[in-house]
Design a protein around this ligand. Structure first.
Ligand code: GCU
Length: 666
């Protein structure tokens, strides 16, 4: 018995495709049995079809190198692409690589699992290509086994400063490759203590083994790197990227690292951020630091993913000119075009830090000559800690669909990170995740929808939130149509509800600083982190217009003018960009203060509604799943109640303006 769940790879019994003869024979074209990934694909198909339909398919391997061109010769397949069609004898999966075959195999398994008809799905033939070159997970696991912002148990990569490889490792690779993830950073971006020694003999063998397991599922292993390794483990007194001694040390080190971990894809670097070392110490730019490392890893096919989360975290709250939101753009835009071609800048979706509502970072679409990668967070750091239900895919869809106006066409965030807009080879999307040793990997079963959904969306940005939710529920919880409908009706509005009972109108940050869970309206108001709501008895909001910090002007037109004007700015972000009186009327027709009251009362009521819907699932779904989420809903309601009453009381006391509907405000 495993001590963890299979999540969506649980392969429940089906009847729907039972008589489908095509499933008896599946041909892999383009690869042979020597391809480890294709062999894993064949194993997965056998397990899945046996469990779901009691079918034992014959799997036939083709010859490598013969295809790559699909049967009609019209299309050359890319490396991770696949084609599925039906022949007289069965199903044919064609690909240029084992990874393409694996994705094709998971496509077939998904089709069966969600009870789509095989003939309908593949009768006309489909060619599927991932939307993004890099589809990455960033784990913030520390080597002592803790996970930074972990809400689903301890690390399964590390314990007691050692690398752990066990049954769960392979199943993790299966799980994430099944949704199309192709790159994983296993250690925290804050690389300290034992993690600094990751690139030493102490860990090479285990890392090589881990990299091999991942490679068997089309996943490349990446590591977070300590920028000051030359000092921490190299015995030098500098980490200056232009210092010859530093460069020579890295050259020798990287030769060793790639020799010992041949599957390594490269590194993720958090430099000059929240106390981490970086090139600024030596008067150098972020480009100097990134390029130095990138030039060295280039000969091994490595890439450097360099984070743009660089800001002053020792600000004075009295200072109204310094604006943390501006920092990414100010620090990285001036070197646009200077980053070398195996550097990717990884940019958090918003300019602050994963709040429930932020505008899209103006760096995305600001940078016009630089490889870009979007960073989102599925670890629910500010969005309910996997206690509160918060299905994040609708938010990711909004971000991906945002028009940056960086070019005449193909200017959305999705276009940019896919590589289409700038014709970039290296680009994509990364999610900070915290899957841990909990039985169900993600703490709350419903939080699994974010892990599932992130992968599916990264692979195919055209999928809708509804499609993704439905697939997840059918595969993970139940394929009973009524249950599917009921669980979807919990997931889909959950982000909007969380937003309603927490931070209004884009203001963010009213959380408990110690944990980032629970309400504390002034928790971040008088500190050093650049995170203020600036509420007084007349109004609230941060003036980021041309008369304030000027942040709004970092956007391309017409976004800059839209955000700069309180009349044109969308309601949901109006307090992010403007300091407004409580009596200011929003587009919705409500005043700011009435909006705060209404959304908080509604949010709490709607959260109760979600919990009620979940209660009604008792006996209709697996008890373990039911109990797991029920217990969390209990905590969510306490949380939502506190948020509602504290936010409403705070603003009533500040403004003295009563609720039009005379509800109880404390
Ligand atoms: C946030 C988060 C930190 C994390 C940081 C980052 O500030 O609270 O835990 O290290 O983001 O993204 O690097």
């Amino acid at each position: 018995m495993k001590n963890y769940s299979d999540l969506w790879l649980g392969y429940k019994k089906k009847t729907h495709n039972r008589d489908c003869k095509n499933l008896n024979k599946i041909s892999f074209t383009g690869v042979d049995e020597t391809d480890a990934v294709a062999v894993n694909a064949s194993e997965e198909l056998k397990t899945g079809l046996k469990t779901m339909l009691d079918i034992e398919p014959e799997i036939v391997f083709g010859t490598p190198g013969v295809t790559g061109t699909v049967s009609n010769g019209s299309e050359i397949l890319d490396n991770e692409e696949y084609r599925i069609s039906l022949s007289d004898e069965g199903i044919v999966v064609e690909a240029k690589s084992g990874t393409g075959i694996l994705y094709g195999a998971f496509d077939i398994l998904r089709t069966v699992a969600v009870e789509k008809d095989v003939i309908e799905a593949y009768g006309k033939g489909i060619v599927v290509r991932p939307s993004n070159p890099l589809r990455m997970l960033n784990h913030w696991d520390n080597m002592n086994g803790d996970i930074e912002r972990g809400y689903s148990g301890e690390s399964f990569f590390f314990a007691d400063n050692k690398i752990v490889i066990n049954e769960r490792t392979r199943d993790y690779a299966r799980l994430i490759s099944s949704v199309g993830i192709n790159a994983v950073v296993i250690n925290n971006v804050n690389v300290k203590d034992a993690a600094s020694y990751m690139i030493t003999d102490r860990y090479y063998d285990k890392l090589a083994e881990l990299g091999e397991i991942f490679a068997g599922y089309g996943i490349r292993l990446f590591l977070s790197l300590n920028y000051a390794s030359t000092i921490e483990i190299g015995g030098l007194d500098s980490a200056d990227p232009l210092d010859e001694k530093v460069i020579a040390w890295w050259r020798t080190k990287m030769a060793e690292v790639f020799d010992r971990i041949p599957t390594l894809g490269g590194f993720l670097v958090k430099a000059d951020s929240e106390g981490r070392p970086g090139p600024f110490t030596y008067g150098r730019t972020q480009a100097d630091g990134a390029n130095m490392l990138a030039d060295i890893v280039k000969e091994y096919g490595g890439i450097i993913v360099w984070r743009c989360f660089v800001y002053n975290c020792k600000q004075d709250w009295r200072d109204r000119k310094t604006d943390r939101a501006r920092a990414g753009y100010d620090n990285f835009m001036p070197m646009d075009g200077e980053y070398h071609d195996n550097v990717i800048l990884q940019i958090k979706n918003g300019p602050m830090d994963f709040q429930i509502r932020e505008p899209v970072s103006p760096l995305i679409g600001g940078l016009k000559k630089t490889n870009q990668m979007l960073e989102v967070q599925i670890a629910q750091e500010y969005t309910g800690h996997q206690i509160d239900v918060c299905y994040l895919i609708p938010m990711f869809k909004e971000i991906l669909g945002f028009k940056t106006y960086c070019s005449e066409k193909d200017d959305s965030v999705a276009d940019i990170i896919s590589g289409k807009t700038l014709n970039s080879r290296y680009s994509g999307i990364a999610a900070v995740t915290n899957t841990g040793n909990d039985y169900n990997w993600t703490g709350n079963y419903l939080a699994g929808a974010n892990l599932y959904g992130f992968g599916r969306l990264a692979f195919d940005t055209e999928l809708t939130s509804e499609q993704i939710a439905e697939e997840f529920v059918r595969m993970t919880i139940s394929d009973d149509d009524d249950v599917v409908r009921d669980v979807m009706s919990i997931l889909l509005p959950s982000r909007a509800i969380y937003e309603k009972y927490t931070c209004p109108l884009g203001i963010g940050w009213m959380v408990q600083p110690a944990t980032h869970y629970g309400c504390s309206v002034d928790g971040y108001e008088y500190d050093r982190w650049g995170t203020y709501h600036r509420a007084d008895h007349l109004g609230i909001g941060v003036d980021r217009t041309d008369k304030g910090t000027g942040y709004a002007l970092q956007y391309n037109e017409p976004n800059a003018s839209m955000y700069n004007s309180p009349e044109k700015c969308p309601d949901e972000l109006v307090l992010f960009f403007h300091h407004l009186p409580y009596t200011h009327r929003l587009h919705s027709g409500k005043t700011v203060i009435q909006h705060i009251y209404d959304t908080h009362f509604e949010g709490y009521e709607e959260a109760k509604g979600l919990a009620g819907k979940w209660d009604a699932l008792k006996g209709r779904i697996d008890d373990e799943i039911y109990e797991n989420v029920r217990e969390r809903f209990e905590r969510q309601l306490i949380n939502a109640h506190e948020w509602c009453d504290q936010v409403n009381s705070y603003f009533y006391r500040k403004s003295g303006i009563p609720d039009e509907k005379s509800r109880t405000i404390w």
